[in-house]
Write a protein that binds this ligand. Structure first.
Ligand SMILES: [Zn+2]
Length: 328
């Protein structure tokens, strides 16, 4: 009897596994239809900090030794292999690929055996393509991670995976970003370079800054900035900001139609990353916002230190990071 029940249990498990597999294939199929001949309509960014770290280390080693093991391509290969589900991640999958590359195989050729490799290349590339590369500090050239944690070095914060949680203020909304709890006045750092596209009061975000990456594919939204002194002096729409630059200060403004009001209970930085493959996705119902929790963990290894500005009114980055592949 017990044996039979066990057998039935095993049968149920097998059926569930098959059904999960079918579901995954269907979601692949959906993504494929969404991408064929048109721009990408949706991205689940579930790459873990661990996988990003391992891919970063391999890409840095490859850069030194002259192999072609690009950071985004490595992760896109994994994305295609796992169907985007990084709970399957094993470091060995990366080191195996790196061994093949060292033996003369091309990452694109290895990836090509997966139908969805091009999708992941474009989807993950839209998130990460500018994060690793060359940069200069005081005229000296470096290669590595050139995107930053949004929280300055030496300042405390805590966070949890809060993407998609529901929000009560205003209409019923999902949380399309990530909250970093810290103290009021903590300098907020630009994760990536770009142009200030929006700056000012928004009834949800309070004092907020929107920065668009130079390739136009990412829109960074930093919200609930400090009452009275939300931004570094003179920052305005249209300005160019550098990755690692101080842009403003953590606060608790927002949830108010009236300007400069602290109506957020816990001081925190809300930041979000929106992906834009087509201009129609910037506003309205087709927006793509990604889960930034694992990305934030990954970026926590690169936190910018700050010093007091010469006029004493602001905090500024202790060093300027210059990235040359900027637009004219
Ligand atoms: Zn938030």
């Amino acid at each position: 009897m017990i044996k039979r029940r066990l057998r039935f249990g095993a049968f149920l498990i097998a059926v569930s596994v098959i059904m999960l597999g079918v579901a995954r294939l269907l979601s692949h199929e959906k993504m494929y239809r969404m991408t064929s001949g048109e721009y990408i309509k949706w991205v689940d960014f579930d790459v873990t900090a661990e996988a990003m770290n391992d891919a970063l280390n391999i890409s840095l080693d490859a850069y030194k030794k002259g192999y072609d093991a690009d950071f985004v391509k490595l992760l896109s290969y994994l994305g295609a292999k796992y169907g985007g589900d990084f709970r399957h991640y094993k470091k060995k999958d990366l080191t195996d690929i790196y061994d093949k590359i060292k033996n003369g195989e091309k990452l694109d050729t290895i990836g090509a055996k997966y139908n969805y490799y091009p999708y992941y290349l474009e989807a993950y590339g839209a998130v990460l393509s500018e994060y690793v590369g060359e940069f200069y500090i005081d005229g000296k050239q470096y290669y590595g991670l050139r995107a930053f944690s949004p929280i300055a070095k030496g300042y405390y914060y805590n966070h949890s995976d809060d993407f998609g949680a529901s929000r009560s203020y205003g209409y019923n909304r999902k949380h399309l970003g990530h909250d970093l709890m810290g103290s009021v006045g903590t300098p907020v750092i630009a994760i990536e370079s770009g142009y200030v596209e929006a700056l000012g009061w928004n009834q949800y975000g309070g004092w907020r800054i929107g920065i668009r990456s130079f390739d136009n594919k990412r829109y960074y939204y930093y919200a609930h900035l400090r009452k009275d002194h939300p931004y570094v002096s003179d920052l305005k729409e249209g300005d160019m900001v550098n990755a690692g630059q101080v842009i403003g200060y953590l606060g608790m403004t927002g949830y108010s139609a009236k300007e400069n009001v602290n109506n957020i209970k816990t001081p925190h930085l809300h930041f979000g990353i929106q992906l834009i493959f087509d201009p129609s996705q910037k506003d309205g119902y087709n927006q793509i916002w990604i889960d930034c929790y694992e990305l934030t963990k990954f970026l926590s290894q690169n936190r910018m230190g700050v010093v007091v500005s010469t006029d004493g009114k602001d905090r500024v980055a202790e060093k300027d990071v210059i990235i040359y592949d900027m637009p004219d």
